[in-house]
Design a binder for this molecule. Structure first.
Ligand code: TRP
Length: 329
């Protein structure tokens, strides 16, 4: 079957994935395979921009790739690889840096946020983060990039970079990508306040056992106004309810919506039901994950094979890029 075009997306190697990663990225990666030629990349070079130590890098790469495959990213169908293993990325990054206005890079909200978080570690690589991302996307001539809404400025930056490159070198070899914003752009953590993230330790890891999952779910913060079981609750401000909408049946969601508002159901029972439905949803994932975890060599083979296939595309693009720039063959 002919596909609609090429999808590219990347994620920093953060190790075992959580519900936020699943709803915000992985689930969409899996679904897009039906209609697109997909290239999914573990962006380890991007991770270096903020990392103090690389001690866990390899293991985090492995664990994330394992979760991706267990969730249904099919290495026969799609390319899964590690960014640093396709060396052409470094070359395109350098060439892109010549069409990258510094002021624009330092104005990006994502850059300002990183500076705020770590003012002592503002390195050239960090400023160039969006340039490297533009190089990722352009190297594989992606038509579509599925990302969370927080990445919108980077996609816009990529489009501008591609235009600048094509304009400066009077060419059309590089492709301006479209952006596909994921449906659930923001998944809150167990605190019900902040975006789910490993560093905030408010996450629900996919690879937990059913019992462990239930335990974490029971710690989730619900409607803060509902202090007592007999108080009526407001599902509209409850993070557990918003996740019910994803993992529970429409009938269950309806019932909870009504019964929470009239104090017919308490938060404990509501969370137990959520844990049960979440566990049912993740059961096939967990089974596949355990099976895959028994053959770690297979995961590395998939990643190496992916790097080879990605490398072929990358070298083709770079030959066109070098010719457009006027670099010797
Ligand atoms: N910047 C992205 C993030 O933090 C990761 C990323 C790197 C990416 N290169 C990419 C995403 C290319 C999409 C396409 O989430």
């Amino acid at each position: 079957m002919t596909k609609k075009g090429r999808v590219f997306s990347g994620a920093r190697p953060t190790g075992r994935q959580h519900l936020g990663n699943y709803l915000g990225a992985i689930r969409n990666y899996v679904a897009l395979q039906a209609d697109y030629d997909c290239v999914y990349c573990v962006v380890d070079l991007h991770a270096l921009t903020t990392m103090e130590t690389t001690r866990d890098l390899k293991n985090n790469t492995y664990e994330m790739a394992l979760d991706w495959l267990a969730a249904g990213i099919d290495p026969q169908e799609s390319i899964v690889f590690i960014q640093s293993q396709v060396r052409q990325i470094n070359e395109l990054f350098l060439i892109f840096s010549m069409v990258s206005p510094l002021g624009k890079l330092t104005d990006l909200p994502t850059f300002k946020e990183k500076v705020r978080q770590a003012p002592h570690n503002v390195n050239l690589g960090l400023v160039g983060y969006p340039v490297l991302m533009a190089a990722d996307i352009a190297l594989y001539k992606a038509d579509l990039v599925p990302v969370g809404i927080d990445q919108a400025p980077h996609i816009e930056y990529t489009r501008e970079t591609v235009r600048s490159f094509n304009y400066r070198y009077s060419t059309n070899v590089l492709v301006e990508p479209g952006m596909k914003v994921t449906e659930i752009p923001k998944v809150l953590g167990t605190d019900g306040q902040q975006k789910m993230s490993k560093s905030l330790n408010n996450h629900i890891e996919l690879a937990l056992t059913a019992e462990e999952t239930q335990k974490v779910v029971m710690t989730m913060v619900t409607d803060p106004q509902r202090a007592r079981r007999t108080d009526p609750g407001n599902p509209d401000v409850c993070n557990v309810f918003s996740l019910h909408k994803v993992f529970s049946s429409p009938e269950e969601v309806d019932t909870i919506n009504t019964e929470c508002r009239n104090a017919g159901i308490g938060c404990v029972d509501c969370k137990k039901l959520f844990a049960r439905n979440l566990n049912a949803h993740l059961a096939p994932f967990r089974e596949k994950r355990s099976a895959l975890a028994e053959k770690p060599d297979y995961i590395w083979d998939v990643l190496h094979d992916g790097a080879q296939r990605a490398g072929t595309i990358a070298e083709q693009t770079m030959q066109e890029v070098r010719a457009a720039v006027g670099l010797p063959e």
